[in-house]
Ligand binder design. Structure first.
Ligand SMILES: Cc1ncc(C[n+]2csc(CCOP(=O)(O)OP(=O)(O)O)c2C)c(N)n1
Ligand SMILES: [Mg+2]
Length: 187
């Protein structure tokens, strides 16, 4: 099974449409998560997307889908788990929609423009819904102590750093050019 993320703006490319459609008709076990953070580089959602949201998109490709709160770790986990079970049972791809907001720029070069794209109040309200902060508060309510939270943070930071180092090291193990056509549908 494969899982990938597509931005709200990136869904507008021909490649995204062709890929999603072909995955659907081939019934491949893939999960596509549309990260609807309301903005594509500096273009607001309503400037590039006519419906108010993406809820009709899964049906338009003939696949199962669901929308989840992109700032809620448990909601994201639950939706992805259901999608994974469906994929593993041979139901073809699933298309999930994460409703969220981009607090920063598309990258570091457009942080200032990104702030000017939306009213300041939006950053204030979404800022209170930081996914890590929200999950931390939930864990505290569940009785997880600050000491355990601190230990968890160290453990997770180490995990992320290890993954980053592995990703960088993988540049030394690039596949051979001759293998580019292995495992593709058409040659
Ligand atoms: C095929 C292609 N067309 C245009 C661009 C230029 N471009 C870079 S980012 C971007 C918008 C992406 O929007 P989204 O997927 O919502 O990402 P976000 O801005 O939320 O990070 C565009 C149009 C590109 N990189 N590739
Ligand atoms: Mg976006």
């Amino acid at each position: 099974m494969a899982l990938t993320w597509v931005g709200d703006g990136s869904t507008k490319t021909a490649a995204a449409h062709e890929g999603t459609n072909f995955a659907a008709v081939q019934r491949v076990p893939a999960i596509f998560i549309i990260e609807n953070n309301q903005v594509a580089l500096g273009t607001r959602l309503e400037q590039h997307h006519l419906p108010a949201d993406f809820k009709d998109w899964p049906a338009s490709y003939g696949v199962w889908g669901a929308t989840f709160d992109g700032n809620n770790v448990l909601d994201a986990f639950a939706a992805t788990r259901i999608a994974a079970e469906r994929c593993r049972s041979g139901n073809g791809p699933a298309l999930l929609i994460a409703e969220t907001f981009r607090m920063g720029g598309h990258a570091t070069h457009d942080e200032r423009e990104a702030r000017e794209t939306f009213p300041a109040e939006l950053f204030k309200s979404w800022g209170k819904r930081d996914p890590i902060g929200l999950y931390e508060e939930y864990l505290k309510e569940e009785g997880v102590t600050p000491k355990t939270l601190g230990e968890l943070e160290l453990e997770i930071t180490e995990h992320v750093e290890r993954a980053a180092a592995e990703a960088l090291a993988s540049r030394e193990k690039m596949p051979k050019g001759e293998s580019a056509l292995d495992g593709v549908y058409a040659k």
